[in-house]
Design a protein around this ligand. Structure first.
Ligand code: ADP
Ligand code: ADP
Ligand code: ZN
Length: 214
């Protein structure tokens, strides 16, 4: 199963990807996670990406396409994958089609998690992530049992530097300008399904799975 999870920043892509990994046992490929790992390692790519990410802009297509191509050609992707946060531009979507064609595979489905703009800032600002295992929480909508401590592994939680109202304004603008056109792009391909992302996390998971096992 080759899945693409779409949706504006804070829609719940990472949260749902984690559930789909459990259900279908295929790798989760998040360009945001890959970029944050590069920033942490302090690589040349990480240094370049950090400036753009801190400002809420989009990292260049060339860089992103390169890292996705490398990732998708790894062996574990042969059983399928969940792409999260890629493609974000029409140019990236065209590049993805080419990569998949070369690999002789097709996207099974594009799932767009729809959440209205007014909810997204609250979601991002309240997002907390485990330093150790990467689990995602929300101070109000999905809190941990103990304040600041991961339920899964006991690790400390942190807040992403770009999860503030100001940067979110830029990220939402980038979404509107560059990423929203992909809805029509994949509607035309005929593999597009929209899911109501305002429902509670477990309901959204149920809906995603029901689309996929139909
Ligand atoms: P969110 O989960 O809030 O949508 P991500 O973790 O996917 O955010 O991405 C964080 C940041 O990384 C983005 O704001 C952008 O700067 C950069 N980024 C991630 N994926 C891409 C991509 N496919 N193209 C360009 N920039 C990207
Ligand atoms: P994305 O990967 O699309 O940026 P995340 O999965 O990281 O989004 O979710 C953003 C924030 O919203 C997190 O704090 C998460 O716990 C919370 N969240 C995710 N799904 C829901 C939901 N259905 N209802 C309320 N909050 C949610
Ligand atoms: Zn953890």
């Amino acid at each position: 199963m080759q899945l693409l999870l779409m949706g504006p920043p804070g829609a719940g892509k990472g949260t749902q990807a984690a559930e789909l990994v459990k259900k279908f046992d295929i790798p989760h490929i998040s360009t945001g996670d890959m970029l944050r790992a590069a920033v942490k390692e302090g690589t040349e790519l990480g240094k370049q990406a950090k400036v753009v990410m801190d400002a809420g802009g989009l990292v260049s297509d060339e860089i992103i396409i390169g890292i996705v191509k490398e990732r998708l050609t790894k062996d574990d992707c042969k059983k399928g994958f969940i792409l999260d946060g890629f493609p974000r531009t029409v140019e990236q979507a065209d590049a993805l089609s080419k990569i998949l064609e070369e690999l002789g595979i097709k996207l099974t489905r594009v799932l767009n998690i729809h959440v209205p703009a007014e909810d997204l800032i609250e979601r991002a600002v309240g997002r907390r992530i485990c330093k150790k295992c990467g689990a995602t929480y929300h101070v109000k909508f999905n809190p941990t049992q103990k304040d600041g401590i991961c339920d899964n592994c006991g690790g400390d939680l942190y807040q992403r530097g770009d999860d503030n109202a100001e940067t979110m304004g830029n990220r939402l603008a980038a979404y509107e300008k560059s990423t929203r056109p992909l809805i029509e792009y994949y509607q035309k391909v005929g593999i597009y399904t929209e899911i109501d992302g305002r429902k509670p996390i477990d309901k959204v998971t149920e809906e995603l799975i029901s689309v996929l096992v139909k």
